[in-house]
Design a protein around this ligand. Sequence first.
Ligand code: CA
Length: 237
Amino acid sequence: MRKTILVVEDEPKIREGIVDALEFQGFEVVSAERGDEALSKAIRMEPDLILLDIMLPKLNGLDVCSNLRESGVKSPIIFLSAKGRESDRVEGLEKGADDYITKPFSIKELIARINAHLRRRDFDRVEAMNQNGRSGPLRFKNLTIDFDARSCWRDENRIHLSEKEFLILKILFENIGKVVDRETLLREVWGYTNLGLETRTVDVTIGKLRQKIEETPSNPTLIKTKRGKGYIIENTA
Ligand code: CA
């Protein structure tokens, strides 16, 4: 599932540059040039993340941000602003923003920060499902996994997983909502650095894992295959 980003910026050149770069990264992008427009679009869409300029016509970015938080919109907000003074940053964060990037910025940095916020948000969602808090077992759909104790249950039934199966689950959960490619799994789980031939090993182990954790292993709902890309645990909570 593609993540949606709302880009709010009144300067056409900057806006178009950001939109192009984000689309190139595979994001679904919606843009707005005025504050009031940003507010209504954000409330309607609840995007996965909002990039918000401060100096905007109609309603400035700070007011857009506080209005959104008052309306219950929880999307991470990153301010983009030429105002780089510390007091401006503090004011932005006090209005409920998650981050603040000073113009001019590099697209590379912007994308790195966006990805960091999206990952954190996905992880927060899984954490929120885990009633025992950070140190307890993770609950996801009908699975309960205690990574520290290396135990796993499907509904009430204890399942025995191999070390590699555990590691695969852990990596997929750490990257929840993102496709993890076979090469990454080979490297992280098997320690292979000489890549290219053995990716079938990953498929075989995922197959065994599905036999244990999926209701219908031939039609998996927990670990999904992205053809030609890798595997993903989708956050559908
Ligand atoms: Ca502006």
